[in-house]
Design a protein around this ligand. Structure first.
Ligand code: NAD
Length: 365
């Protein structure tokens, strides 16, 4: 049997530092759980620019298309700020997302009990929270034509176009229903069908996909503005939320911050299911390259480690192993160990990136 393949792209700044911790965890799963990956590592972002003069080499792109999953650290840094737009580190990331056609961005908002005090909401509102926002990520108002700034008479006007085809809505809805079946079997679809035609079509197609193929999943619809309010009022009412690119951008950032630090937030972006039954997939922490702390051993590796847990669950069908890894993170946090970004007002001595990786490995067993 061929081994599942993983392309690791550490990137820039704290990306390589947090990825070292993930490599240690992958080795642990190899040694103690018999999980054997075919791993390759390559450059992306500023690191690729330094080596090749471009933020993503064609060979790396080709590799990303072949593997079962890509795990990325972070890209960017002040050193590259003056580069031409087409050469900026972020272009490497955008090229990966575009050419792999990764249309469903999964952003979990999960509150670890030990960090419930970090939320701006009351502890009982966020404690135990575990929701997933599925954001359509390759279409909608960020991509629709016409767009631009034009002139009419003696005034300029700006245009962006919200455009969704039936098939674009269909595929992301299926993704959300499939996810819900692996979780608590509930989907809430959010749009603005009261004022936008694209929202009317969105609601109709999501309902049709549900009725035809996923009648076992509980489906509700909500206007996105009311959804934002409900997310702050009582977020635990949700399981999976599916929404478009624009509303998803806003709602996923708001939901993620219910749970605390940027150093804790993983993400996945999924595309079409390949011949081997696995979706095209890229996993990455939500945070950037954090140049202010890069090279100092201060970075929190948990977002990247939890991104690998998502890869275990969604690309490699290793749900039990993903649970084990998330449980180990939970245990370490409950024991009081914290990287600097997780220190509360009461203070204490933070542990290093590497010590956090070691503590999670120790907690794995
Ligand atoms: P950032 O996420 O890198 O940092 C924001 C703040 O959060 C900083 O104070 C940083 O120290 C802290 N932080 C972030 N991750 C942390 C972690 N794991 N542990 C502890 N603290 C952490 O965002 P920024 O400062 O706006 O951007 C820095 C660079 O990263 C820019 O070049 C930006 O373009 C790039 N960026 C890349 C991605 C990506 O690769 N997906 C995402 C966002 C920003």
């Amino acid at each position: 049997m061929t081994k599942p393949s993983l392309l690791i792209l550490p990137g820039d700044g704290i990306g390589p530092e947090v990825m070292v911790q993930v490599r240690k965890i992958i080795s642990w799963f190899g040694n103690y759980k018999g999980l054997d990956f075919d791993i390759s590592e390559d450059l992306v972002g500023g690191a690729a620019y330094d080596a090749h003069g471009i933020p993503l080499h064609d060979e790396t792109m080709a590799k990303a298309q072949e593997v079962d999953a890509v795990l990325l650290g972070a890209v960017g840094g002040p050193k590259y700020d003056t580069l031409d737009f087409s050469l900026k580190p972020e272009r490497g990331l955008l090229r990966l997302r575009k050419e792999m056609d990764l249309f469903a961005n999964l952003r979990p908002a999960q509150c670890f009990d030990a960090l419930a005090d970090f939320s701006s909401l009351k502890k009982n509102v966020v404690s135990g929270l575990d929701i997933m926002i599925v954001r359509e990520s390759t279409s909608g108002v960020y991509f629709g034509e016409p767009r631009g700034i034009f002139e009419e008479g003696n005034e300029r006007f700006g245009i962006n176009t919200q455009r969704y085809t039936e098939s674009e809505i269909d595929r992301v809805a299926r993704n959300a229903f499939e996810l819900a079946r692996r979780r608590n079997n509930k989907v809430c679809s959010m749009e603005k069908a009261n004022v936008m035609e694209s929202g009317v079509l969105w609601r109709e197609i999501v309902q049709k996909v549900h009725d035809e193929d996923y009648p076992d999943v509980e489906l509700s619809h909500m206007y996105a503005d009311a959804g934002a309010m409900q997310l702050c009022r009582w977020p635990k009412q949700f399981d999976v939320i599916v929404t478009d690119n624009l509303f998803g951008d806003l709602l996923s950032d708001a939901a993620a911050m219910l749970t605390g630090s940027l150093g804790m937030l993983p993400s996945a972006t999924l595309g079409h299911v390949m011949a081997n039954g696995r979706p095209k997939a890229m996993y990455e922490p939500v945070h950037g390259s954090a140049p202010d702390i890069a090279g100092q051993g201060k970075a929190n590796p948990i977002a990247c480690i939890l991104s690998f847990a998502m890869a275990l669950r969604y690309s490699f069908d290793c749900g039990a192993e993903a649970d084990l890894l998330e449980g180990a993170v939970q245990k370490v946090l409950a024991s009081g160990m914290r990287t600097a970004d997780l220190m509360g007002p009461e203070g204490g001595i933070p542990i290093s990136t590497s010590d956090m990786g070691d503590a999670i490995i120790a907690a794995l067993g």
